[in-house]
Each structure stands twice: as structure tokens, then as C-alpha cells.
Design a protein around this ligand. Structure first.
Ligand SMILES: Nc1nc2c(ncn2[C@@H]2O[C@H](COP(=O)(O)OP(=O)(O)OP(=O)(O)O)[C@@H](O)[C@H]2O)c(=O)[nH]1
Ligand SMILES: [Mg+2]
Length: 432
């Protein structure tokens, strides 16, 4: 089974804690603060690796953790940064992070940080000022980002073969390339995509044969819908259509069914350049076949080249190969180069949630309790050991400066009320 989807948990390293330490020297009774900073936690990085072909190894390893930062120590020793974790994925991997951010890893060597390590805490030396010469305060390191990410592999083929089951797609792939897909006289023979390579002196084209599509494929019917994603990035779709269907169905209807399913799966598929292959032409008298092909040319217009082929006799197959080898490089050139100029960094795709405001103040209508939520205040709380008087007063000072206290007052907070911040209950005095 082609492993083309995986869900993994990633966890970046936490930052190391800052150190609370004072210099000790034989002749100095109480030396100055010399606690070093904690190291940064390691990032979790995805790296596009050309030697990989599927996501199989992620079936077994679901948790991926980068190293944590070392703690700071006395004598101004800083903690070491945590080891980053590099996870290798095959070209064509599409990544969706827990917060909806998406990345595409297409070119070998591209990398993206999917989870950032937490920053290290500052040691007490950094809190020394002219008025506070012996700060008994050091920050804690922050946790690294963590969450689930979805990996989806989309094959990187230049040409996709699409059509109804039994249309002759796999036979055509076998005839054009050295691939050996299973061929049989019943529908749904092909169960997962098969790639073949069309070779010319100076170029190669990768052709993907995907399982047959049926009516409703775009909404989940049959097998093909799972694999439609694989043809999203092709440059050309070759629609394979039985010239005279063995089951007596109408080729014009058959053609419409497939085109509709492609468009419904993704409007971009409807826009992709097309070629039409009328298959099994050996089963039809030569003149009739020619008339049919002309009728299709009329119907589809000059933008869609039409071929009549037989995988049994080889008729028309060379002409098709030549045209694919000529046409696809032209289509590739016409495309805007993707991510030009930033070769190794995967680009942000689609959307990034807007930055949240620093905090918001809530009042529980039931209990009347107050609560402050927001990333910035959570970080502030996580940074400090609130058992420590000095750290506590610093936190209060910062909350005041951020405007948290006045915001609380605006919603009815009075001296002596409790307020929950970052999961901890505080007693704050706004009048102070
Ligand atoms: N006479 C004749 N039979 C063909 C030709 N191409 C395919 N067939 C037959 O048509 C049947 C279906 O061929 P496949 O290549 O398996 O069709 P497919 O489109 O890959 O089918 P699915 O994988 O089920 O979607 C087989 O019995 C083939 O031998 C052809 O050019 N001439
Ligand atoms: Mg097939």
C-alpha cells in the first residue's frame, strides 16, 4: 500500500532555565550575581529528501521530539542550545500544522521549521541594576511549540492519466514506459497510483496512472477520489476514453462524467491543460475511428490534442509520446517558477492565523470570577517562579505596565478580588 498520509506529533525542545547564582570568592563575602542564561530549545525541522519515496516510516514513529536547552549555571555559564530534530520527508510532501499553517516541500533540500524551540530563561546576572545589585530572580525557560502535523504526499508527476475504470489507462502506461501496472478486463484493476517514466535523449517525463474514476468520485465514491490529489500538480492531464465502450455506454457521457468529477474535486484540475486519448482503436474499423477522432477535435477545439491509440497494436502510441515530450516542457516553461530566489526554504502556503492581541480580560457570568487570557501573559507567568517574592513583584509590575490591571478595573475588578492568569489565582491590588 502506498503510504501517502501520516499524522505525527512533534515537540520542540523547552528552553533551559536561567540560573540564580552569586559569585563566591575567598576574600569577597558576598559576590555579585553571576547566573548564566538557559539555552534555547531545539526546533523540529522537516527536510525534503530526494532519496525518500513514501511516508511509510511514519506509520511506526509517531512522536518526534527535539532536545531541550541546557540550564544556565553560576560563573555566567550559559546552557547549551537543544539539539534540533530533523525529520526527512519525500519530495511532494504537503504539510498542515495544528494551527492550519501549510507548507509544501517540493525541491530536495527545502526545509521548514514546524515547531520552534522555547527560548531560554535569563539568569539573575541580567536582572542586576544599580538599585538591585543582588537580584534573587531568574527566569524559567519556555516550553517548545508542540502539536500534531498532517503529512500528505502528492506524487510529483508531469502527466496524469485519468479516465473511467477499464478505459485502458494502465495498458497505455505499460505501452509507453517500462512500468508494469496490472491490467485486467474488469474495472478497478488499479488500486493505487503507478508511475512510469517516458525517456527521450535529453528529457524524462513522469507519468502517473491513477485508479479509475466514477461518477461521485470527487465526493468519495469508488477509489479514485483518494488519489485525485496526486494529479493536482501535473502539468497535463491525459483523459483516456474508450473510443467505443465495450459496455455499450455513450463516450460523450463518459467524457462528461470524468470532466465533472475533476472540476468538482478541485477547480484547478479543470484548468489544467488536457489531451484526449481515444483508446482501443484496434477494435474499430479504421475509417470509423478517424471520423470519431475528427468529431472529438470539433467538440473540444484546438486547445485539446486528440489521439487515437491502441495498446494492443501500438498504433498511435509513438505520436502520443512525441507530443507529450514536446508539449510538457513548453507548459513547464510557461509556468512561473515556484519560490524563485529562496531555494532552500519552503514557502508558507495559503494562510497563517492572525496574531492574537496580547491579552483579553474576561468575567465569568456565573461565578463572577475574573480571568486574563493571552499568549503574552501566559508566557510572563510561565517565565517566573511565583513562590519567589521578588519574581512575583516583577510579574505584577509587568502586568501593570501591559495595561492588564486597568483593563481589569474596567470590567469591575476591585482591590482584594481574585483573578486567574495563566492558570494561577492572583490577588492583585489595582490601587497600588
Ligand atoms: N483490444 C484492446 N484492449 C485493450 C486495449 N487497452 C486496454 N485493453 C483492455 O481493456 C481492459 C482494461 O485495461 P486496463 O489498462 O486495465 O484499464 P484501466 O483503465 O487501467 O482500468 P482500471 O485500472 O480498472 O481503472 C483490459 O482487459 C485490457 O486488456 C487496447 O488498446 N486494445
Ligand atoms: Mg488500471
Amino acid at each position: 500500500m502506498l503510504a501517502d498520509r501520516a499524522r505525527i506529533e512533534v515537540q520542540a525542545g523547552a528552553g533551559g532555565n536561567g540560573s540564580l547564582s552569586f559569585r563566591r570568592e575567598a576574600h569577597v563575602p558576598k559576590g555579585g550575581p553571576d547566573g548564566g542564561d538557559g539555552g534555547r530549545g531545539g526546533d523540529v525541522i522537516l527536510l525534503c529528501d530526494d532519496s525518500l519515496r513514501d511516508l511509510l516510516r511514519f506509520k511506526r514513529s509517531a512522536h518526534h521530539r527535539a532536545g531541550r536547552g541546557g540550564h544556565g549555571e553560576g560563573s555566567q555559564r550559559h546552557g547549551a542550545d537543544g539539539e534540533p530534530l530533523v525529520i526527512r520527508v519525500p519530495p511532494g510532501t504537503h504539510v498542515t500544522r495544528w494551527d492550519g499553517t501549510r507548507f509544501d516541500l517540493v525541491r530536495p533540500g527545502q526545509r521548514v521549521v514546524v515547531a520552534r524551540g522555547g527560548s531560554g530563561g535569563r539568569g539573575n546576572r541580567r536582572f542586576a541594576t544599580s538599585v538591585r545589585q543582588a537580584p534573587r530572580i531568574a527566569e524559567r525557560g519556555l516550553g517548545g511549540e508542540e502539536g500534531a502535523i498532517e503529512l500528505q504526499l502528492k506524487l510529483l508527476a508531469d502527466v496524469g492519466l485519468v479516465g473511467l475504470p477499464n478505459a485502458g489507462k494502465s495498458s497505455l502506461l505499460a505501452r509507453m514506459t517500462r512500468a508494469h501496472p496490472k491490467v485486467a478486463a474488469y474495472p478497478f484493476t488499479t488500486l493505487e497510483p503507478v508511475l512510469g517514466t517516458l525517456e527521450a535523449d535529453d528529457r524524462q517525463l513522469v507519468i502517473a496512472d491513477i485508479p479509475g474514476l466514477i461518477e461521485g468520485a470527487s465526493s468519495g465514491a469508488g477509489l479514485g477520489h483518494e488519489f485525485l490529489a496526486h494529479v493536482e500538480r501535473t502539468r497535463l492531464l491525459v483523459h483516456v476514453l474508450e473510443l467505443r465502450p465495450l459496455d455499450g455506454s455513450d463516450p460523450v457521457d463518459n467524457h462528461r462524467v470524468i470532466e465533472r468529477e475533476l472540476a468538482e474535486h478541485d477547480p484547478r484540475l479543470a484548468e489544467l491543460p488536457r489531451a484526449l486519448v481515444l483508446s482501443k482503436v484496434d477494435l474499430v474499423p479504421v475509417e470509423e475511428a478517424q471520423d470519431e477522432a475528427d468529431a472529438w477535435r470539433q467538440r473540444l477545439g484546438p486547445a485539446v490534442p486528440v489521439f487515437a491509440t491502441s495498446s494492443a497494436t501500438g498504433q498511435g502510441v509513438d505520436a502520443l509520446k512525441r507530443e507529450l515530450l514536446r508539449l510538457v516542457p513548453l507548459l513547464a516553461e510557461a509556468e512561473v517558477p515556484e519560490g524563485a530566489g529562496e531555494d532552500d526554504v519552503a514557502e508558507y502556503k495559503v494562510f497563517r492565523p492572525a496574531a492574537r492581541s496580547a491579552f483579553s480580560v474576561e468575567r465569568d457570568p456565573g461565578t463572577g470570577g475574573f480571568r486574563v487570557v493571552g499568549e503574552a501573559v501566559d508566557r510572563l507567568i510561565a517565565r517566573h517562579d511565583l513562590e519567589n517574592e521578588e519574581a512575583l513583584s516583577l510579574v505584577e509590575q509587568r502586568l501593570r505596565r501591559m495595561g492588564v490591571l486597568s483593563a481589569l478595573e474596567n470590567v469591575g475588578f476591585r482591590s482584594g478580588d481574585d483573578v486567574e492568569i495563566g492558570g494561577i489565582i492572583f490577588e492583585l491590588d489595582p490601587e497600588q
